[in-house]
Ligand binder design. Structure first.
Ligand SMILES: [Ca+2]
Ligand SMILES: [Ca+2]
Ligand SMILES: [Ca+2]
Length: 286
């Protein structure tokens, strides 16, 4: 009995720690269940309020939205669905974002890549997914490789996937991953081509965060991204939550939740207000 209570206390502490330190990002819809999708073959996005977060890069009927489907640390999380290998959907934090044809791009930097220390998230793969067993929602740091925002051909990012770090992908459970200096990441863009090899080994997917920082000493951080799809052959559904990063000793954590329901005054409140107004009216007349 004591053990059970102690475990509950520990769980409560974890939940409190997250809720105290995390910024809450609410769904656009109230109380919950955003479901942003786009059937076309070019990417579209949608701002999540004025939080700096965006549903983005959504195409071929991929779906992303803060939803109650797989709640974590409260009533919601960021739900993803992809119906086919072509489907894609991301959620992204983009400072100073600009809308380019309905999709969003960062317009400012969060800091220098050399100061980037770690990032982490919780992710979930539903067992109904039929894509390769190694696939799960990925986490990316978005970069401008030369640090000059005016040149855009070197924009891209570094991607975390468990399969390149010796990890398995459990289903129907929330899984925590933290990416630090020794974690393997692979690249897209950055002016060096998709999945480029930057170190001495012939394999492209074994460059650590520290090696990437040494390779791009002038790079700046353009944001963070989590998502699914694009080349995932089959159906995927899952979620992410508790996205966090640390840059130069400053940590930011985000908990994705359903927006509070709009407040509707109860009948009693209306009556009191009406009575007060009537009294005021009588007094003014008197
Ligand atoms: Ca640049
Ligand atoms: Ca290599
Ligand atoms: Ca949540």
């Amino acid at each position: 009995m004591f053990q059970f209570s102690a475990r509950l206390a520990v769980l409560a502490c974890h939940l409190t720690a997250l809720s105290l330190s995390a910024a809450v990002i609410y769904s656009n819809n109230s109380p919950l269940d955003d479901s942003f999708t786009n059937p076309l073959n070019f990417s579209q996005g949608q701002a999540i309020g004025s939080t700096g977060w965006y549903y983005n890069n959504v195409r071929h009927s991929g779906v992303v939205g803060i939803s109650s489907s797989l709640p974590y640390a409260g009533n919601g999380s960021v739900y993803f669905q992809s119906p086919s290998g072509a489907g894609k959907a991301d959620i992204e934090y983009l400072p100073g974002a600009v809308n380019i044809g309905g999709n969003y791009l960062a317009g400012a930097s969060l800091g220098v890549f050399a100061d980037f220390q770690s990032f982490s998230y919780q992710w979930y793969r539903n067992s109904s997914s039929t894509v390769g067993a190694h696939l799960h929602p990925v986490l990316r740091v978005l970069l401008d490789a030369d640090g000059n925002l005016a040149t855009v051909g070197d924009r891209g990012g570094l991607v975390f996937e468990r399969v390149y770090n010796g990890g398995t992908v459990p289903t129907d459970a929330w899984i925590a991953d933290t990416i630090n200096a020794s974690t393997y990441l692979w690249n897209f863009g950055l002016g060096i081509g998709f999945a480029a090899n930057i170190n001495a080994t012939p394999y492209a997917y074994d460059a650590t965060l520290a090696e990437w920082q040494a390779y791009f000493p002038n790079a700046v951080i353009l944001g963070f991204s989590a998502g699914v799809g694009s080349g995932w052959n089959g159906v995927f559904s899952g979620a992410v939550d508790a996205i966090s990063w640390t840059i130069g000793g400053q940590s930011s954590t985000f908990n994705f939740e359903g927006a509070p329901a709009p407040e509707i005054p109860e009948p009693g409140t209306w009556l009191l207000t009406a009575a007060g107004a009537a009294l005021l009216h009588v007094r003014r007349r008197g």
